[in-house]
Design a protein around this ligand. Structure first.
Ligand SMILES: Nc1ncnc2c1ncn2[C@@H]1O[C@H](COP(=O)(O)OP(=O)(O)OP(=O)(O)O)[C@@H](O)[C@H]1O
Ligand SMILES: [Mg+2]
Length: 149
């Protein structure tokens, strides 16, 4: 299964969520590969330091993502792909290959209102692929006392 963590907004918690999800799946006994698709390469560096047993690969352009993701998926129970904060073509390639999209969204009214724009590429992919990838929005950095919560 290819799980893509995507939101074209920067700094919403994609890499943090991707690393924690990969680590958790690994702890559950699954074979996990982390695909770092962001040029900042923060998630692959982080996972190499935290859990070196998890295979981490860097896929840094849309053609490589389209070609390599299915090959990586053959050799793992889960591929967790950390998406970039901006480059649309990279996000598009990820969403054309992913089985499930996780969309972290900061728990603030401005961010929630910006979701429609931030998920435009997701909707295009779902339109092309008959509803795939299924998507889950995860509120991140939630404050207990926020009205939104
Ligand atoms: N659940 C959380 N609670 C508190 N802080 C968080 C949480 N998730 C992420 N952060 C912090 O928010 C900042 C941005 O997180 P992160 O780098 O994971 O976002 P990103 O979406 O991957 O950013 P980019 O778009 O630049 O790749 C970091 O400083 C991180 O430590
Ligand atoms: Mg990131």
């Amino acid at each position: 299964m290819i799980i893509v963590v995507a939101n074209s907004k920067g700094g919403v918690g994609k890499s943090t969520l991707a690393v924690h999800l990969a680590a958790w799946l690994h702890e559950q006994g699954h074979k996990v590969t982390l695909a770092d698709c962001d040029t900042q390469q923060s998630s692959s560096e982080w996972i190499r330091e935290a859990i070196p047993e998890i295979k981490a690969v860097r896929l840094d352009n849309s053609d490589i993502i389209l070609n390599e993701l299915p090959i990586l998926a053959q050799d793992a129970d889960y591929v967790v792909a950390d998406g970039p904060g901006s480059q649309t073509e990279t996000s598009r390639a990820l969403l054309l290959r992913g089985d499930l999209a996780i969309v972290p969204c900061k728990a603030s009214m401005l961010e929630v209102r910006a979701l429609a724009k931030a998920t435009e590429v997701l909707r295009q992919a779902q339109d092309i692929r008959g509803g795939i990838p299924k998507a889950i929005i995860v509120l991140s950095m939630v404050g207990k006392n926020y009205r939104l919560t």
